[in-house]
Design a protein around this ligand. Sequence first.
Ligand SMILES: *Cc1c(COP(=O)(O)O)cnc(C)c1O
Ligand code: SF4
Length: 341
Amino acid sequence: MTILIRPTEESRPQRNLDSWQRQMAQAIRDPDELADLLELGPEFREPARRAAKLFPLLVPRGYVDLMERGNPLDPLLLQVLPLGAEEIVAAEFVLDAVGDHDAKRAPGLLHKYDGRALLITTGSCAIHCRYCFRRHYPYADDPKRLADWDQALNVLSNDTTIHEVILSGGDPLMLTDQRLSDLIMRIEAMPHVQRLRIHTRLPIVLPDRVTTRLLEILTGGRLTPIVVVHANHPQELSGRCATVLKTLVRSGCTVLNQAVLLKGVNDNAETLIRLCESLVDLGVLPYYLHQLDRVQGTAHFEVTEPYGRDLIATLRTRLPGYAVPEYVREVAGEKHKTPIV
Ligand SMILES: *Cc1c(COP(=O)(O)O)cnc(C)c1O
Ligand code: SF4
């Protein structure tokens, strides 16, 4: 795996780091330290060390603070704790479940759907979600420096059918403000592009990333900003995260949430209802509830589609229409995310 946090030139020296960069440097990477902090039993340690070799453990301390001590079933912990179950090679759970390889139009550029294209801006994330559909993505082949983006940006600039550019990753907000703003300025120079979408988990797991400067970068330019965050459980939406989501909304971003339906984390109606209501109360609209992509090492998170459909049916009876996310799965080769109905 190459998904490691690489300090960039701009992030040195240490005293010039933003608070979020310091928090990133201090994030937990050692399974034993996580087990100690959360008072987990000895039976978790050896499997966690082994599974962390397949996909390294990474979790910011602020996110760990939201977990319950002594509870190995905590819904936030389950999203980050490496488990022995990840070593199981289940039939149909493959390395590239969503057909990313075939959608590549240039290094770092995926174009699957009409009108919008997606840039893999970095392989880094602030957290390693164990169910991640990109845990096997070959990030090492993608551009690292701004100059390496030329090919992808040329394709975008010559394709006038593209009206929206999605910055994804990894997590695009792992880029420094400088690199982010350079990239956005180059996209802004393409007259056919109207919207800028950011797919990020940082406002949820490292809320201090949302600095005043970042808000300026997102809202100060020509493009209409849409921020799609990724929260799976209402317990994630407390304190600083709640404040930051409201700030994003008030500063003029359209803020949407995508969640993944995960066994043991959010696979019950009460949790999903609390998640959707908490989001809406903060001004964030539930967008998608994703069926888990069948990626190797994640089979233990899978919930069946009929069960998921029943959950959504319950949500419809309990929530306003705008608070019910669309339940979708990604089918390689399809022209859009496929609703599960
Ligand atoms: C999911 C995805 C999008 C966005 O799809 P929307 O339905 O517009 O949210 C765009 N490009 C790629 C490659 C995707 O995987
Ligand atoms: S933040 Fe997103 S891309 Fe990164 S590990 Fe989690 S799910 Fe995957």
